[in-house]
Each structure stands twice: as structure tokens, then as C-alpha cells.
Design a protein around this ligand. Structure first.
Ligand SMILES: N=CN[C@@H](CCC(=O)O)C(=O)O
Ligand SMILES: [Zn+2]
Length: 424
């Protein structure tokens, strides 16, 4: 049995307590439930007690010798960051397309000419399980170094039953072997393979009749996602795919209104999706309906930044009482980053969110977006001991000193996995 860990004297302990039962909306996104001179006692992989240092010293006075102490004097302590939207498992890179875009090509032009998602699909289909595992593990190590303790990971670069399952099995193995927890999403409907170009509905049938039942049978995913975008999957095809997932116990998520307005937000509300993601071009009606239906907006400001597009209007969504989470969208085409701290910076600088709101979006609301808020996303007794310590004195400074990885220590299920900014 591991020794307890006692984190002491945090200049700010951002607990985010009180948001576990439902996603945090509106003004409440600014309430971080901060404890100054904060202290947390971790035991058996879970959070045992949270309070001021004086309070915990009193509670544990007979056991002080038992614990390994982490002195967080002058530092900010938060829940482990959560990334609720990644395409973590894939092969290869696409810096050539980055160069093409800088020379005037658009993301959709590249994709329609057989590049984009198709290029990564070809590389992923060719890759062995082991190659995919090694490439993805490297990214996961970097996520951890940036303070992330749980990531959602989508398939969608296989596009055949066999290759989709290969991606999901790599994610499963990473979840078992890597300190970072993975939550898997099936995304067979990420692009229409070129053999189905003339008859995309036939591919939708393959997704519905062959892929979804098999993925569900093998219990390889929790969620089912679709790229609902003009030229990819229509809202009607997306609805069919997401409803088929629900029939097999896969919860719906949707890539919505990313490049063009396409009533993806409206569809998400109508079918009761857990989240609608991207939303750069979501309509006001769509935003209103998402708020009414309780659909979480997973916003990806790194994607807008990297595609040189206007960001989603996070400010408007929060003011409209939509629960907002944020994410890297880590993928080789539209957002090749693993830095949730940078994404929080962009949330402030490009989406009009406050430093407190982006922290809520990267922790407890991100946990809700992957249905894990009962276990992670806040520092409260009983939850998993997933904690990130930043070498800044407060949450405001974390956003102010942007573009720097301030992560000092990461604790996953009670074990120190990053110390002094280095993997243990
Ligand atoms: N938009 C669709 N899927 C990914 C991009 C995938 C890629 O370009 O490889 C996204 O979320 O941005
Ligand atoms: Zn995505």
C-alpha cells in the first residue's frame, strides 16, 4: 500500500467543489471554490480530505509522520486537467498541408483532394498496432507533462471495421498501461472513404449496420461521434448514425458547425447529445436550443487558431447559459497540440472567457463532457486523486503568463507522475 500524500500550503487550492451533479453554467463558471493556504490529503488513490493547512494538520495530527509531503508554497493547485476531445490515436503528421494552407489552400479543399483526414487514414491503416501505440504514447506523455490526467480519444482514421477497431484497441491498451486515463469514442463517421464517394449513404449503412454493433459488442467505446459538415455527413445522415449508436448504448457527440453553419447545434439539442463540439459557426437558435437541452459545448480554440478562422463565441454561449468545456482537439490536421494550458490561454484571448471560466471549462465541465464528473474534475473528498500543481501563485497568473508550460507536479490516482516538470 502506498504512503498517503499530503499537499501543503498551496497559495491557491482551486477545488471547483460543488459542480459534480450537473455541468456548471452561467455566472457559476466563475466560482472556483478556492482555499488559500490550501491542503489536500491523498490516500489509496483518492482524495481523503481537503481544507486549509491548519484544518488538515488538526485532522491528521496523529498520522503526520505517515505521509509523503509535497510543499506547494507559492504554487497553484488544481484538479488534473481533462481533455474531452482528442484524435490521439493516429499515425503520421501533416506539416505539408500546413504549408499548403499558408499558401492559400483551404482545409476542405485539401480534404476533397484526398488529403486531410484521408491522408491520416491511409497512414493509420498502414500502421501496425505497435506503431500506433508508440506514436500515441509519445503524445500522451506530453499531455501528462502539460498537466492533463484524463483524455477522451476518438477513432475515425480507420474507416474500415478492422482499422477502427485497431485504433480503439490501441486506446484501450494505453488506458491500461499509461498513467493518463482514456475515455474512448467511436468515430467511424469521420469522413466518407473515397470508394464510397458516389454513394455516401452506403458507407453510412456500413457504419450503422457493421461498425457500431461490433464496437458496442466489444465494449470499445463509450461515445459515438460524427463529423456533421457540408461535404462530409449531412445532418440527416448524422442523426441516423447517432441514433443507431444510442440503440447500442453509445452516447452521442457531434462535430458541429465547424467550417460552415449546418444546424449541427440544433441537431445536437434535438437528439440530446452529451456534447456538441467546435461550434465556430453555430447559429443563435442552435446555441439557445443547446442551453435548453443541456448539451455541453466543447470548444476548441486551438483549431480555430491553427486554421486561422474566427473562434467560437464562448462568451456568447456562457452568457446564454450553455455549459462550456474546452479541449485541444489534438489531431494532425487542424490542431497538432497537446497543450491544455495553451488552450486555456486561447480561451481567454480568443473566446472572451475569463481566467476562472477557462479553468472550469478544462476541469469539471470537461469531466461532464465525458460523463466522469462523479470521479474527476474537482478536488473533493472521495474523488480520484488527480491533481496538477503549477509553478505560479494563482489562477490569474496562469492565464496571464501565456504560452508557457507552468506545470510543476502531476499526481495521478495518488502517485506522483510528474515532478519538477519531468516525467517520473
Ligand atoms: N473536423 C474533423 N475532425 C478533426 C480534424 C481531423 C483532421 O484534420 O485530421 C477536428 O475535430 O478538427
Ligand atoms: Zn475533432
Amino acid at each position: 500500500m502506498n504512503r498517503p500524500v499530503w499537499i501543503r500550503h498551496a497559495s491557491q487550492l482551486v477545488t471547483l467543489a460543488g459542480g459534480s451533479s450537473s455541468p456548471v453554467v452561467g455566472e457559476r463558471m466563475n466560482e472556483l471554490a478556492i482555499i488559500e493556504d490550501g491542503s489536500v490529503w491523498l490516500e489509496n488513490g483518492r482524495i481523503a480530505s481537503v481544507g486549509t493547512d491548519a484544518e488538515l494538520e488538526e485532522i491528521y495530527r496523529k498520522r503526520l509522520e505517515e505521509a509523503d509531503i509535497i510543499d506547494a508554497t507559492g504554487r497553484l493547485v488544481t484538479p488534473g486537467l481533462i481533455d474531452p476531445h482528442t484524435h490521439l490515436v493516429h499515425a503520421g503528421t501533416r506539416e505539408n498541408e500546413f504549408n499548403m494552407r499558408l499558401n492559400g489552400a483551404t482545409y476542405m479543399e485539401i480534404m476533397n483532394n484526398g488529403g486531410g483526414i484521408h491522408a491520416t487514414t491511409a497512414a493509420t491503416q498502414k500502421a501496425s498496432h505497435e506503431q500506433l501505440y508508440q506514436e500515441s504514447k509519445k503524445r500522451l506523455d506530453l499531455f501528462l507533462l502539460h498537466g492533463v490526467t484524463t483524455v477522451e480519444a476518438k477513432s475515425g482514421y480507420g474507416l474500415t471495421l478492422e482499422d477502427e477497431i485497431k485504433q480503439l484497441e490501441v486506446a484501450k491498451q494505453l488506458d491500461e498501461e499509461h498513467p493518463v486515463d482514456l475515455v474512448s469514442t467511436f468515430m467511424g463517421a469521420h469522413a466518407v472513404p473515397k470508394d464510397y464517394r458516389e454513394n455516401p449513404d452506403a458507407f453510412v449503412d456500413v457504419v450503422i449496420q457493421e461498425m457500431i454493433p461490433e464496437v458496442a459488442r466489444r465494449k470499445l467505446a463509450v461515445f459515438n461521434d460524427v463529423f456533421c459538415e457540408r461535404g462530409v455527413f449531412t445532418p440527416e445522415q448524422s442523426r441516423r448514425i447517432l441514433e443507431a449508436g444510442v440503440e447500442h448504448g453509445l452516447l452521442p457527440k457531434i462535430h458541429a458547425d465547424e467550417i460552415e453553419p449546418y444546424e449541427g447545434a440544433e441537431l445536437a439539442a434535438e437528439i440530446g447529445a452529451v456534447s456538441a463540439d467546435h461550434l465556430l459557426r453555430a447559429s443563435d437558435t442552435g446555441i439557445e436550443r443547446m442551453a435548453e437541452a443541456g448539451v455541453i459545448a466543447v470548444l476548441l480554440p486551438g483549431t480555430a487558431f491553427f486554421l486561422m478562422a474566427e473562434s467560437a463565441n464562448g462568451r456568447k454561449m456562457i452568457d446564454a447559459k450553455v455549459a462550456v468545456a474546452i479541449s485541444t482537439d489534438c489531431n494532425p490536421g487542424s490542431s497538432p497540440t497537446v497543450s491544455m494550458p495553451l488552450i486555456m490561454n486561447l480561451g481567454c484571448l480568443k473566446m472572451g472567457m475569463t481566467p476562472a471560466e477557462v479553468l472550469t471549462a478544462a476541469t469539471i465541465n470537461a469531466a461532464h463532457a465525458i460523463k466522469r464528473a462523479h470521479e474527476i474534475g474537482s478536488i473533493e473528498a472521495g474523488k480520484l486523486a488527480d491533481i496538477t500543481i503549477f509553478d505560479v501563485p494563482d489562477f490569474m497568473t496562469l492565464q496571464y503568463r501565456y504560452g508557457v508550460n507552468h506545470v510543476h507536479t502531476v499526481i495521478k490516482k495518488g502517485a506522483v507522475v510528474v515532478a519538477e516538470g519531468t516525467l517520473v
